[in-house]
Design a protein around this ligand. Structure first.
Ligand code: GSH
Length: 215
């Protein structure tokens, strides 16, 4: 097995990549990184000094691949399976990347802003930044609500990298700012994501760690 994944089961960007692995039953060796542990963190930073996960090591090709979207593109290219995560057709490929970026930048990032603000030391909070993040989430929810009126998955009928990005982003966003009753298409899409076996497995594996999520 040449693929080694450095990740944490609770971390949303790691979950995005785990979905891609589970979609295609791609075998890998898991390395759970505990950033709160000095030794685990130092070991990980030797592989990727930036210190953010997920990071993939492909030992057969001696390559280190960081960044969730790049890892998924890499898997799709070198270890493809039954679920094509980035369409081969160029015009569909850029639209998939656009939606992947959308969920990363406009759902994941603002959601993380709200969450990480809860972890800041007393007196070091950023209420203005959190307010902006919440406003961004409201805008993003409205856009997803419209788009998902006529789609099963983010790109239409086929599950893709964009759905890998959407699932954990929406999972945690709903915790910090619930979709509410006025986003029925978004809520229905989220329901489909939760029932998708690859994501259901990711959520199940995260359960032992959910108590660490700052409420
Ligand atoms: N752009 C990166 C973001 C990765 C990221 O922010 N990961 C978070 C966990 S979800 C992390 O490593 N946080 C730890 C830290 O920032 O110290 C990706 O898509 O992989």
């Amino acid at each position: 097995m040449s693929l080694e994944l450095y990740f944490h089961p609770l971390a949303s960007f790691c979950q995005k990549v785990l979905i891609a692995f589970y979609e295609n039953d791609t075998p890998f060796t898991p390395h759970i990184v505990d950033l709160a542990d000095a030794a685990s963190s130092a070991d990980f930073k030797r592989i990727w000094p930036i210190g953010k996960f997920p990071v993939l090591r492909d030992t057969a090709k001696d390559r280190t691949i960081p960044e969730s979207s790049i890892i998924i593109e890499y898997l799709d290219l070198h270890y493809p399976g039954r679920t094509r995560l980035v369409p081969v057709e160029a015009d569909l490929a850029w639209q998939t990347r656009l939606r992947d970026r959308f969920y990363d930048f406009y759902v994941q990032e603002p959601m993380q802003k709200v969450v990480t603000d809860r972890l800041r030391p007393a007196g070091r909070n950023d209420p203005h930044g959190v307010e902006q993040a919440r406003a961004m989430l409201i805008t993003a929810y409205g856009m997803v609500e419209q788009e998902m009126a006529s789609r099963t998955w983010a790109m239409g009928e086929g599950f893709s990298m964009a759905d890998c990005a959407a699932a954990p982003a929406l999972f945690y966003a709903d915790k910090v700012m619930p979709f509410g009753g006025n986003h029925k298409n978004l809520a229905a899409y989220f329901g489909r994501l939760m029932r998708r076996p690859s994501f259901a497995r990711v959520v199940e594996e995260a359960k032992p760690y959910l108590a660490l999520f700052p409420g």
